[in-house]
Design a binder for this molecule. Structure first.
Ligand SMILES: Nc1ncnc2c1ncn2[C@@H]1O[C@H](COP(=O)(O)OP(=O)(O)OP(=O)(O)O)[C@@H](O)[C@H]1O
Length: 381
């Protein structure tokens, strides 16, 4: 099928026509994707690919007609301000033959390498992903946005390694590995450590959410994407890269059940950086299902920054609990129950630290960090 056309039974309707129609119906211009998909065109889901920000997506795929319509209606490209190309590091500067393998994720392997006398992490992107020019382009745009960010709780991006055959980028190296590894080894964290970690993550996320001119939504905040430096501080990494996974789906990659090891809750501790309902919404269809996914994402509804708040709350819960309460269930089962049965993992009062329940200074500390936190009533069982 020509990707410019959707075969509705009959007649054929072009994407541009659908977009115009939906805008007339009052659809939010930043929620209509290049396929004309909005909340109320979900019936088209089976026919269409999925996208994140409509205008960036349309630009990426060269749908000029759709771009014009979206721009005329005030659509924006959150990546538009990242025109600055990624900092390129000459391949002679890093010897990949001397690289030590640190780990492997969905996109490729991660190595420890030396660059300018410093240990840094080199993330390789599988050739099967990077060899597609459109996907590579989208990836580089994301990296260009990342390269502009500077925050003590955001992993520092350093540059893209000039390699003809592969896509490799360098970030700072965090010696203590991921929060996921730590939780797996140690289990439940002591309350003060958990609070300190929560603040680190929240500060990093708050910085992303306050990014101007448009908020950066992580979409894939999990303990695997939170790394720890030698001093014990946590830093958030890999934001925005979940979009690339999404691209993978369009090219026939396998949807996985997710590797997330944990589960969690939402109502018990409701921690919000901001008033989620007032935030801009986007459509996003996840490829990797995981236990941290907000119900609206799983249900393919419009979403905003609050999806990260959901994942964040789950991580906080897990730090107190030490692991998922329903390990026996698959990520998909958990996501399904959360989205459609209003399931929220239980946090028993004997697990929930007394200090957190009663200690008013916690709220002061949280507010002091400039983040609006709201710790809701703890549900006793
Ligand atoms: N900058 C870094 N410094 C130190 N270790 C890192 C760094 N980035 C990644 N790692 C390690 O490499 C492993 C693989 O990372 P990667 O980001 O590729 O995948 P992941 O986050 O574990 O999973 P997924 O790709 O599904 O998100 C991580 O578990 C982490 O331990």
């Amino acid at each position: 099928m020509d990707e410019n056309e959707l075969h509705l039974s009959p007649p054929k309707v072009s994407c541009a026509e659908i977009v115009v129609l939906l805008l007339k119906k009052g659809a939010d211009v930043n929620s209509v994707d290049r396929w004309g998909r909005t909340d109320f065109s979900l019936c088209l889901n089976k026919l269409i690919s999925v996208s994140v920000q409509p205008l960036s997506d349309a630009l990426n795929f060269g749908h000029e007609d759709v771009c014009k319509i979206l721009e005329a209606h005030g659509g924006y490209d959150p990546l538009g301000d990242s025109d600055t190309p990624c900092c390129i590091i000459g391949h002679g500067e890093v010897d990949m033959k001397d690289a030590t393998l640190i780990g492997e994720g969905a996109y490729g392997e991660v190595y420890l390498v030396k660059w300018r006398g410093t240990e840094v992490a080199a993330k390789t992107i599988r050739a099967s992903i990077a060899s597609n020019p459109m996907v590579k382009n989208a990836f580089l745009k994301e990296l260009a946005l990342w390269q502009k960010l500077r925050h003590p709780n955001i992993v520092q991006f350093l540059g893209v390694l000039k390699q003809s055959d592969r896509l490799i980028f360098l970030t700072e190296y965090l010696r203590n590995g991921s929060l996921y590894d730590q939780l797996r080894k140690k289990g439940r964290l002591d309350p003060l450590t958990a609070v300190a970690y929560a603040l680190d993550i929240a500060r990093g996320m708050n910085y992303l959410h306050q990014h101007k001119p448009h908020a950066i939504i992580h979409r894939d905040l999990t303990p695997r994407n939170v790394l720890q430096d030698e001093a014990g501080h946590l830093k958030v990494t890999d934001f925005g890269l979940s979009k690339i996974a999404q691209q993978k789906d369009s090219y026939g990659y396998k949807m996985t059940g997710g590797t997330g090891s944990c589960t969690v809750y939402y109502k018990l501790i409701c921690i919000s950086f901001s008033f989620a309902s007032q935030l801009p919404k986007h459509n996003y269809m996840p490829v990797y299902l995981d236990r941290y996914m907000a119900p609206e994402v799983y249900r393919r509804e419009s979403y905003g920054k609050s999806v990260d708040v959901f994942s964040f709350a789950l991580i906080v819960h897990e730090m107190f609990l030490g692991g998922p309460s329903n390990r026996e269930e698959s990520a998909e089962q958990v996501a399904d129950k959360t989205a459609y049965e209003d399931y929220r993992p239980h946090l028993a009062s004997y697990i929930f630290p007394e200090q957190i329940k009663t200690n008013a200074t916690l709220l002061v500390v949280l507010n002091f960090s400039g983040i609006t936190f709201c710790v809701s009533r703890f549900e006793e069982k």
